[in-house]
Design a protein around this ligand. Sequence first.
Ligand code: FES
Length: 71
Amino acid sequence: MNNEEDKEEIHTETVVEVMENGPLLVFGTLHITNSDGTKEVKNKTTAFCRCGASANKPYCDGAHRKIEFKG
Ligand code: FES
């Protein structure tokens, strides 16, 4: 009970926002494993593609505007 590690509580909160006709925004630190197994850490705000047109999946590259994505 006197162990310092026991006293430390980590509170993390992830906020997700769906942009109208655009990407999914995730706020916070993310540990991402890509489909090829590579790993990345993203901080602050990460935009994930919802439209399927991004050339940089899983991230949004703005292509949703070109295809006039609705959703
Ligand atoms: S949501 Fe932006 S490129 Fe797909």
